[in-house]
Design a protein around this ligand. Structure first.
Ligand code: AMP
Ligand code: MG
Length: 516
């Protein structure tokens, strides 16, 4: 029998609805509802993260046991597990959407590992809950695979994220209209077990505030600080805590910009109170640099959640959290101070991130122009972001050759058309490099620590999905291997190749809907 130790504080400290009523409904007065996962027919383990299983002190043998499969597909709870769905609300695409809640996520409890670390386990796609509204509580293989791979890739890039323990095929089908165009089809279902110290979202606070449930809001705040921010205490605890939430959120979005990640659905219900990347849906990685790009077709017209807007949206979301906290904060001004701290942190971290990306040792005022100019050029000439920064690291100060950057261009014609401008820029860049005490080798080394060689390009994830649909799991394995050391040089060429032409307009590669 698998041995996991649980200490389920969320349900222990906060009131819940324990009636077991599964009807879709509003649940005022509680923070969660007890639900059982719905069993699945023929579960099969498709992939797992050995790093995450180790966090839970599970051996590879444990992972391949019947107990594991039964527990993490939702067929049978392990001793100590308690399953429940949490109640949250959210601002979706700028509008208050009311109660949302875990419509297809079911928590299994908070596991405590041998180091005393708390890891909450959560199944995504394990069946209906009172928050499922008119949906089915399930998830399809394609989106589950994307979440599984990206969680782990993000972690190894050094970016805060929820983790993924396992990916299990349910052996059942799920009906989805992938492009909301009236063509529903049956697709294979899957369940990911997500793992994080806490899955509390901004929306967990918002729903209580919107209902005027002040006491409950206070309880949730107390639990969050005590459980998830144990370093915070004393008379200014709420101010210190909110300031830290703002700081972590600022740092997170700067990290996304560093690697060219677009979350795609930064609704407040998808914002982690711990500043983790959470809820991998129609996310995407930047191929040709375009700050106005979003992979989410649902956001095509409004373009609210593009790469560049992620910083201002993060602040807007924090403002909504601040609104929700008004009645439990000692004053509105401490919330304002937290938001101001977001602005300062954002600026400082943006500067530091860009300084490092370009291999500079210090940012001078004049550098802003240099950096802005090349981003503008990259946009116009459709230069691949990941490839560009790795190639830039190889530029030799004594003999800067534009040909060294050729590999980052998608189109010959655009390369030719912009070569003079890029050459002029390169000349400015090496002139700037000459102002610092540095060597090509040292700069290259530093740059390659912050500019990944491997990112989970959209077309790669899609290829892994296509193969998995044909029972070929080898690409999942290879992508996981590469994802473990994304800054290394020796990654198989086919996993670092720029987006191929066939992927430009292929669904899943450049366009993703929220359907999952
Ligand atoms: P998302 O767009 O994934 O962040 O989800 C927004 C809301 O819709 C959340 O409350 C989800 O739990 C819910 N939801 C999304 N898909 C499903 C589904 N298939 N079944 C039940 N609820 C869902
Ligand atoms: Mg969500």
């Amino acid at each position: 029998m698998l041995q996991l130790k649980f200490d389920n504080r969320f349900i222990g400290d906060l009131p819940g609805d324990e009636t077991g009523n599964m009807q879709s409904r509003h649940t005022p007065g509680v923070c969660w509802a007890a639900v059982n996962p719905t069993p699945v027919a023929r579960p099969r383990l498709l992939a797992y993260s050995s790093e995450v299983s180790q966090l839970l002190n599970l051996t590879d043998q444990d992972v391949h046991s019947d107990d594991f499969l039964a527990a993490f597909c939702g067929n049978r709870l392990l001793p100590g597990m308690r399953s429940y769905a949490t109640c949250y609300g959210g601002h979706q695409f700028g509008n208050w959407a009311g109660q949302l809640g875990d419509g297809r996520a079911i928590a299994l409890g908070e596991a405590i590992n041998k180091n005393g670390e708390r890891w909450e386990l959560q199944l995504k796609g394990a069946g209906m809950t009172p928050y499922s509204r008119r949906a089915d509580g399930r998830a399809v293989l394609r989106s589950s695979l994307r979440e599984f791979l990206c969680s782990e890739a993000m972690h190894h890039l050094g970016i805060p994220t929820t983790r993924a323990l396992s990916l299990i095929a349910t052996g059942e089908t799920v009906m989805r209209d992938m492009f909301y165009d009236g063509n529903p089809a049956l697709e294979p279902g899957a369940i990911v077990c997500r793992v994080a110290p806490s899955f509390i979202r901004f929306g967990n606070f918002e729903i209580l505030a919107s209902r005027g449930e002040r006491e409950l809001l206070q309880n949730l705040l107390d639990l969050t600080i005590a459980r998830d921010f144990p370093q915070i205490g004393g008379p200014n605890r709420v101010a210190d805590w909110f300031r830290l939430v703002c700081e972590r959120t600022a740092k997170l979005v700067v990290e996304w910009l560093r690697v060219g990640f677009v979350h795609g659905v930064m609704n407040t219900d998808n914002m982690s109170i711990l500043g983790l990347t959470i809820d991998y849906g129609p996310y995407g990685w930047m191929d040709n640099f375009d700050p106005g790009w979003t992979p989410n077709t649902t956001d095509e017209d409004w373009r609210r959640y593009t790469l560049a807007k992620q910083t201002s949206v993060a602040r807007w979301n924090l403002e909504r959290l601040a609104d929700a906290l008004e009645t439990v904060a000692p004053s509105r001004s401490i919330l304002g101070e937290g938001l101001a701290h977001f602005d300062t942190t954002l600026q400082a971290n943006l500067s530091a991130m860009l300084t490092a990306k370009f291999g500079l040792l210090q940012l001078k005022d004049e550098d802003a122009g240099l950096i802005e100019e090349v981003f503008e050029l990259m946009h116009r000439a459709q230069v691949d972001m990941t490839e560009f920064f790795r190639a830039l690291a190889d530029i030799r100060q004594q003999s800067p050759a534009l040909s060294a950057l050729r590999s980052a261009f998608y189109q010959d014609a655009l390369y030719q058309d912009h070569s003079e401008l890029f050459e002029a820029w390169l000349a400015r860049y090496v002139a700037r490099l000459a102002l610092q005490q540095d060597t090509d080798e040292a700069r290259r080394h530093r740059m390659n620590l912050v500019n990944p060689r491997f990112v989970l390009r959209n077309y790669l994830a899609q290829q892994a999905i296509d193969a998995a649909m044909n029972d070929d799991l080898s690409l999942i394995d290879r992508l996981m291997q590469a994802a473990r050391h994304p800054y290394d040089e020796d990654i198989p060429a086919d996993l670092t190749a720029k987006r191929p032409d066939w992927a430009i307009n292929k669904p899943g590669c450049s366009m993703l809907s929220c359907s999952s």
